[in-house]
Design a protein around this ligand. Structure first.
Ligand code: EPU
Length: 338
């Protein structure tokens, strides 16, 4: 393993922030990872596992060890008439995995096409889009317990998945490094068309019964249209989570904001953060070298030379504006690294 020093992370985070890591190493096998965990370099300071860096904001330089997750591979571990269980390496690109599944006629993940990032990051924040979340298809998550340096397989229930939440972000944060994920996929096409915009998009092109491939293509078209490509304008997708409020608060907000959108989520109401931000006037606004996308109010962008601190400051301003206007506290979805 080659440990690099004072390494620029510009190409390792989709915001394109030029933060430096004191140390950087790429890990391509479980043996490499266990060797690293047993070493003094790992034990002597803080560390952070990075996939594509597509959900992360470096506020400044990282005075520790960045572990780039590059464990690849995909294998079938079980097949029946109705389903397959695939085990996929944490270092595989998520979208490539989704595309391979659709091509091989293993169904379920189509709605999650084009989400940036690597497979190992998917369970951490329980990625989701267009009416689906990855936990619906997780069978188990495999990784190394950093205290014992032993492999451990967590069942789906043990992962404690929620909306952009999991045990890996909470109790196990820093104590468990995901090396692969097992997904249980369907062999029959069962399409999830619950998301209104997606159903409208698919119906533009398909006159008869839509296929999983048509669904996959529709999701790709929608994402390309709405979300900015980090290669053109640095960003990390949704910067904030959609807040959940109770029904009474929702009803009283409706008195002042009659068109406020809200969707039931258990016994709470989920409000699109993008709508709240748009009402405050931040959509399309610039703040130094950072700004809010003109295409989608939930996406903060780097216009070229923004620092992590600048983007962070912008996010603080947005939180304050939304709080002032609606009395709602936004939470960041992006992982802010100090
Ligand atoms: N809206 C606005 N202004 C905007 C954009 C949206 O008012 O500029 C309102 C509209 O009312 C729209 C609603 O917000 O109907 C919801 O917007 P959208 O369908 O784009 O979804 P979202 O809730 O903003 C979530 C995920 C996205 C995911 C989309 C599509 C979160 C935090 N974000 O966004 O995930 O792609 O749904 O399913 O849950 C990500 O996590 O990085 C991400 C991109």
């Amino acid at each position: 393993m080659n440990i690099l020093r004072n390494f620029s992370l510009k190409k390792y985070n989709t915001f394109g922030i030029d933060a430096k890591a004191a140390r950087f190493v790429s890990v391509a096998s479980i043996d490499d990872l266990r060797q690293l965990i047993g070493s003094s370099i790992y034990k002597s300071g803080k560390s952070l596992v990075l996939g594509c860096g597509s959900n992360i904001l470096f506020r400044g330089d990282f005075n520790g060890l960045i572990i780039s997750m590059d464990i690849k591979g995909m294998k079938m571990v079980e097949i029946t008439d109705r389903h397959v269980i695939l085990e996929v390496g944490a270092g595989e690109i998520w979208h490539d995995f989704v595309e391979a599944c659709v091509k091989n006629k293993y169904y379920g993940l189509e709605n999650l096409a084009l989400i940036p990032g690597k497979v190992g990051a998917a369970p951490v924040q329980n990625i989701g889009a267009y009416g689906a979340e990855q936990d619906e298809f997780v069978y188990s998550v495999i990784g190394i317990d950093t205290a014992s340096n032993e492999e451990r397989e967590l069942s789906k229930e043990e992962c404690k998945f929620g909306y952009r939440e999991s045990i890996f972000k909470n109790t196990l944060s820093g104590d468990f490094i995901i090396t692969s994920v097992k997904y249980k996929l369907n062999k029959q096409e069962t399409l999830n068309l619950s998301y209104k915009e997606l159903e409208q998009e698919i119906s533009k092109f398909v006159v008869v019964e839509p296929s999983a491939e048509a669904l996959f293509n529709a999701v790709c078209r929608l994402r390309k249209r709405i979300l900015c490509d980090p290669l053109n304008l640095g960003n990390a997708g949704s910067f904030f989570k959609n807040p959940e409020i109770n029904e009474d608060t929702f009803e009283s907000l409706k008195e002042s904001f009659s068109d406020i959108p809200g969707y039931e989520s258990g016994d709470r109401i989920k409000i699109p953060a993008a709508w709240l931000i748009e009402q405050t006037g931040w959509k399309g606004k610039r703040y130094g070298n950072a700004g809010v996308s003109a295409r989608h109010a939930l996406v903060l962008v780097n216009f070229g030379n923004a620092t992590g601190q600048e983007i962070y400051d912008l996010s603080e301003q947005i939180i304050a504006s939304v709080d002032d206007l609606f009395g709602i506290q936004l939470d960041r979805e992006v992982n802010v690294v100090e």
